[in-house]
Design a protein around this ligand. Sequence first.
Ligand code: PEP
Ligand code: MG
Length: 314
Amino acid sequence: GREAARAARHQPGATRDGQRVEVAANINRASAAAEALEAGAEGVGLMRTEFLFLERDSVPSEADQEQEYRAMAAALGDRPLIIRTLDIGGDKEVPYLGLAREDNSFLGIRGVRLCFERPDLFVPQLRAIVRVAKDHPNVHVMFPMIATLEDFRRARAMLDEVRTELGAPHIPLGVMIEVPSAALIAEQLAPEVDFFSVGTNDLTQYTLAMDRMHPQLARQTDAMHPAVLRLIGLTVDAAQRHGKWVGVCGGAAGDDVGALVLTGLGVKELSVSTPQVAGVKAALRGRSSAELRDLAARALTQPDAAAVRALVRG
Ligand code: PEP
Ligand code: MG
């Protein structure tokens, strides 16, 4: 009955044999935190901070941002909160910033690239995050659209400068793996990060060269394609060699097949939309970790995403 369903969604995420997989929610506003926790979310694996910028018609002040991040961190108590720094550009246009038009906006100045061009946006955001992290040790930070080691080091240096200035301790720091080059250099990134979070929406788009918004390509733009899974496998293997963990915050984490295959590849955290939390936990409880490892290994040798889905459903 209702009580049993409630109890089930509040169990920690785990496979049938008890291998832990944290199931978190992707939420952008503190006002959505209570609902996510009620749905069984074990934390927030992706807070897309650009939403603060997209919802209004001028740049949110450092104080406005701090207030929102603080409310989110407080609402989660000691559960993890992963704040992703600004990911503007690509399909996320912010008209009042007056950014130059680009022919290939997904391949242009987006994510951290824009933050390097616009320290007037990035530094106040970092200051707001660091102030909150000083009071809330559950705060983690991650950078979007990292393509090179230099991208990561440059972003980290800016964060370190702000931390020093504000007298803040180390903040758990992650890199989003959403550009194929980042997955391919995961071995070099891993010693320098605390965690990776795979953005399967962009990783799929950039690996298959298929616009994630393209209506005619929608069926093929599937993160279960073995090429994408291999990149995620490389990322997990590199992270494990350095004692780091890998989460997935892209859409693949929230579909049942995706959750199972990703867990089989060694992913330790799945961050999904609030309505998907209970279903992902139930799917994980239905399979053993050994079964999922075997499934993931076989997924890598399939011809395409449809075959992977058939294999897992089979
Ligand atoms: C992703 O690319 O998978 C991701 C989580 O980031 P976004 O969807 O915001 O680009
Ligand atoms: Mg992305």
